[in-house]
Each structure stands twice: as structure tokens, then as C-alpha cells.
Design a protein around this ligand. Structure first.
Ligand SMILES: [Zn+2]
Ligand SMILES: [Zn+2]
Ligand SMILES: [Zn+2]
Ligand SMILES: [Zn+2]
Length: 534
């Protein structure tokens, strides 16, 4: 799939649906005592009377954020620097200073002090607090960490980079104590994670043993290292664009509850990775502030599985409860035994429940549905990411199996929206009328579902609105030239285009300067200027 598809999959990590807390090693566990929390929340609220949110506590969710007053859509909620940034799990080698991918850096450069690999002599993150800091450099030097990079194979290097972020957090106990305190307040879910051998044993071997025994950081106990692994797994946000991909922990934002139909969106600065989180729809005072830790254009069965595996809870939100996914049919299959029958889960909060046709009662086991979804997903994933033909054939091939709004169909349509008009040989002014109309239709189909899953000012909506305007503009130009559109039709189509451009610009102009989305907002402004008063 095109890169921009991947970009929209930025997810947040926070599990509020389980109240398990545990205290381990030296890590403060402030969330384990409700009285402490109430006192702390009161203080917190006094200090932050002007903030658009308040911290609340519930038995079910633990600490979470609510709107402290009525909020408008697009209102800024949180703007904060990261407590720590570093490589993702199983990360490709990246620069520990500025987080660019080192695979594409032609000449290797090594830190003159500790010998660790960096991007270049003038790396903007060399000896800075959010990059390869002086204290980290000094510690790497003392433990001769660079020597382990030279000895490792291609597979192991990914785990080395993953372990570096855990080590970085642990070193902060001494080096950045204020930030360390905030990190140590975060949930690690050790009790749950300890009972998942594939996860716990993996971390023991690849991170804990490496840091303690191979690298010789005996001052950190095994439990402390596991706790940091958990904190990173549960709370980190993916950050970075344009060839840079990392994860980060942020204060406050980690308290936001998950919902599969979130009411906020967020982005990070291209260079500093400062987090900007804002509402996407108007919120009434007292409403729970939510974000999605999962990709919203994913079906319920897979989405819940992902949340359970990565965030350790089973989501029970309104979308998850409804087998029709709020009327979108994003998980609906078409019945092979009757005409126009929809096959839906009989209980979408039970992963093992049977699926049944609403019309003829034809039934399929949940297991068989999963096997089918995996097969069709694999088929989609191996398509040439630049082939319009491949994606359109996929849509045709499964038109009788999947609802037209099924998430796998939407994924193909999402790719097509971006490929038609932007790929070689298919630039917008090279397209014929039929191709332009298909692009418009794919955008329309996608937007209808995204309007439900990510209502309001979501980044994905901003991008689709822009793509849709481009197709519509070319279509009316052609139709006008061929005199196949009358002036009334022309005016009404132009009005729709102007609305799309305004919407796209309003959403994307608050993206970080230098990001592809921000550039799209400039293009939208430019198009609006050229169109004048419609
Ligand atoms: Zn760098
Ligand atoms: Zn160094
Ligand atoms: Zn849900
Ligand atoms: Zn049927």
C-alpha cells in the first residue's frame, strides 16, 4: 500500500479497560491507591483550572481525561514535549539523535565519544536531551555498547535498537529524574503480561538479559526492566514522518481512553516530535476524551484481537458492540446461499461467536471467518503497491464475497484513491473520464465510512476530501469542454468542490509545517484562491 496509508495508521497506546496495577522494583505505582489518586487529581485540577481537560478516576478505567468545559471541534487539548523518544519494537537501525532511518544513509558515521552509529557529523540530535544525550553517550562509552553493534547479525540488530529505548528510560532515573518520575507513574500491566509467556519470555531474552547480563547494567533489576518494557508497550505513541519512525512517551496524553470511534486526533512536530492533540468533534463538558489505539479502518474481529494482544484489554465500545459497525457494514460478508443476504457476527463481543446470514440463517463459525479474513488480507498485502490494475481486480474478485464497505474493500479503495491521479502514467491530467469517475467514487465510498469512524476533523477525512476534489475538478472541466454539463449542474458541483477544499484546508492546516498533510492544505488554499467566489 502507498506510504500515506501507513501514515494514517498512527496509533496510541493506553489500556483503560483493566484495573490491574502492580508495583515492581523501584518504580512508583501511584495508580494503585484510589485515595492517593483523588488527592492527586484534586491538586492536579487546582493547578490546571484553565486546562480544557480534567483527570478523573473510575474503578473500571483507572485515571482518564474528560472535557473540563464545552469544547469546540479542532480545539487544542494537549501540546507537550515527549518524556522520552526512541526506536520502535524490532526497529530497523535508526539514528539515536534524530531518528532517521539509517538504512538509506549512504556513509556510516560514528559518535566521536562513544562510537555508536549516528546519521552524520551534524546530526541535530547529537548531545541534545531528546536525542543522543550527553548522559547516554557517557554511559554507552562506559559499557562499550558500540562493540555489540559490530558483533551482531542483521536480525539481532533490531532487538538491540529496541532494547536501547528501555535502557534509555532506565538511565533517566539518574539523569532526568523529574521525567523518570512521570514515566514510572505509567501502567505496565506486569500482572497480565507475566502470564503471557510468548511476550514475557521474549522480553526476558531479548531485552532484560541483554541489558543486565550482556551490556552489564546490573544496577537495574529484572523486574524493573520488564516494567519499563510494559510501560513502553502500553503507553507509547508512534511518532515521525518522512523517513523517520520512532515511539515516544508523553505526559498526560497517555491517560486518554481508547474508543474505536475516537473524538480526538493527534500529530507530532517533524523535528521535535512535540505532541499536538486536539478534538475532532465538539465535546460537552464532562465527556470522556478518547483516541483510537488501533487502526480505525479495521474490522471488529481483527481490531479487538489487536487491542487485546497489544494493549491487553477487550474493547466493548459502541462500535465493537454493534455487528453492523454502526451501520457501516465494515465487517459484513455477503451470503453465498441467498441473494443480498448479509452475514454478521451473532455476538460481536465474543470472538468465537458464529456468524449468520440475516436473511437465510446460513451460519459460519467465527474461526472460519478469521481464516477467510486472513487469506483475503494476505492477498491484499502482496499486491503491487503501485498497481491500480491489481487493486481494481481485487475489488472485482471479492465483490460477491465482501460488502462494498468491508474494511478489506476500503483498504483497496484507500490505496486507489491515492494511486489514481498520483502514480506514473496516471497523473491527474492524464486520466480519462472513466478513471476520474472511479477515483471520485472510491473517495466517496471511503469518506462515507470514515465520516462514521473518524467523524469531524480527522486527518484521514482531510486527505480524502482533497483527493476527491481533485477528481471532481477534472471531471467538470472535461464535461464543460464537451458541453455535457449545464450551468446549474456546474454551479452545484463547484459548490461541493469548494466545500471539500475548505474542509480539507481546515483540517490539514494544523498539521506540522513540512508534513505532506500540511503541504496538502497549502494546495487546497491555492485551489480556493484560484476558484475565487463561487
Ligand atoms: Zn541523526
Ligand atoms: Zn555518543
Ligand atoms: Zn471498540
Ligand atoms: Zn443467506
Amino acid at each position: 500500500m502507498p506510504n500515506s496509508n501507513k501514515k494514517s495508521k498512527k496509533h496510541k497506546r493506553k489500556n483503560h479497560c483493566d484495573k490491574n496495577n502492580d508495583s515492581t522494583g523501584n518504580l512508583a505505582d501511584l495508580s494503585s491507591n484510589e485515595d492517593d489518586i483523588n488527592i492527586m487529581n484534586e491538586d492536579f485540577e487546582k493547578l490546571q483550572v484553565d486546562k480544557p481537560y480534567q483527570v478523573k478516576y473510575s474503578e473500571i478505567y483507572g485515571r482518564y481525561l474528560v472535557a473540563s468545559r464545552d469544547l469546540k471541534k479542532g480545539e487544542k487539548l494537549i501540546e507537550t514535549d515527549a518524556l522520552v523518544i526512541g526506536p520502535c519494537a524490532e526497529s530497523l537501525p535508526l539514528c539515536l539523535g534524530c531518528y532517521v532511518d539509517l538504512i538509506n544513509v549512504p556513509r556510516k558515521y560514528y559518535c566521536p565519544d562513544c562510537g555508536w552509529i549516528l546519521c552524520q557529523k551534524n546530526c541535530p540530535g547529537y548531545h541534545t536531551p531528546h536525542g543522543h544525550s550527553e548522559w547516554e553517550c557517557q554511559s554507552f562509552k562506559e559499557h562499550n555498547l558500540a562493540s555489540f553493534l559490530l558483533k551482531c547479525d542483521e536480525k539481532d540488530i533490531r532487538f538491540i535498537f529496541e532494547a536501547i529505548l528501555s535502557l534509555r528510560c532506565l538511565l533517566m532515573r539518574q539523569a532526568e529524574h523529574d521525567k523518570w518520575i512521570k514515566i514510572s507513574e505509567m501502567e505496565s500491566h506486569n500482572k497480565i503480561r507475566r502470564n503471557i509467556p510468548t511476550l514475557w519470555d521474549r522480553n526476558q531474552e531479548l531485552i532484560v538479559d541483554r541489558i543486565r547480563y550482556q551490556w552489564g547494567y546490573k544496577e537495574f533489576s529484572e523486574d524493573e526492566i520488564h516494567t519499563i518494557c510494559g510501560i513502553l508497550e502500553v503507553n507509547s505513541f508512534e511518532v515521525g514522518t518522512n523517513g523517520c519512525r520512532a515511539r515516544a512517551l508523553f505526559p498526560e496524553a497517555y491517560l486518554i481512553c481508547h474508543d474505536c470511534q475516537p473524538n480526538t486526533t493527534h500529530t507530532d512536530d517533524t523535528l521535535t516530535h512535540k505532541l499536538h492533540l486536539r478534538t475532532t468533534i465538539p465535546l460537552k463538558k464532562g465527556s470522556t476524551i478518547t483516541l483510537s489505539y488501533s487502526y480505525t479502518l479495521q474490522g471488529t474481529l481483527k481490531r479487538r484481537d489487536h487491542l487485546h494482544e497489544s494493549k491487553f484489554f477487550w474493547c466493548t465500545c459502541n462500535r465493537c458492540k454493534d455487528p453492523t459497525e454502526l451501520g457501516t457494514h465494515a465487517s459484513t460478508l455477503l451470503c453465498p446461499k441467498c441473494t443480498n443476504g448479509f452475514i454478521l457476527s451473532t455476538d460481536s463481543l465474543n470472538q468465537d461467536a458464529d456468524w449468520k446470514c440475516k436473511k437465510c440463517c446460513y451460519a459460519v463459525s467465527g474461526k472460519s471467518i478469521l481464516i477467510l479474513l486472513d487469506r483475503l488480507f494476505d492477498e491484499l498485502e502482496v499486491l503491487d503497491p503501485n498497481s491500480i490494475k491489481d487493486y481494481e481486480e481485487y475489488l472485482k474478485r471479492y465483490a460477491n464475497v465482501l460488502h462494498q464497505n468491508h474494511y478489506l474493500m476500503l483498504s483497496a479503495k484507500h490505496s486507489l484513491c491515492q494511486l489514481i491521479g498520483r502514480s506514473d502514467g496516471f497523473l491527474i491530467n492524464e486520466l480519462n473520464l472513466s478513471q476520474l469517475q472511479r477515483k471520485e467514487q472510491y473517495c466517496r465510498d471511503l469518506l462515507a465510512v470514515v465520516n462514521v469512524f473518524e467523524p469531524g476533523m480527522s486527518r484521514l477525512r482531510g486527505i480524502i476530501c482533497y483527493e476527491m476534489h481533485a477528481a471532481m475538478m477534472m471531471i467538470i472541466t472535461r464535461e464543460f469542454e464537451n458541453r455535457t454539463i449545464n450551468s446549474n449542474q456546474l454551479r452545484s458541483r463547484l459548490k461541493e468542490i469548494v466545500k471539500l477544499l475548505h474542509e480539507s484546508n481546515d483540517i490539514l492546516k494544523i498539521e506540522p509545517i513540512g508534513s505532506p498533510e500540511y503541504s496538502m492544505s497549502l494546495a487546497a488554499q491555492d485551489a480556493l484562491k484560484k476558484m475565487g467566489n463561487i
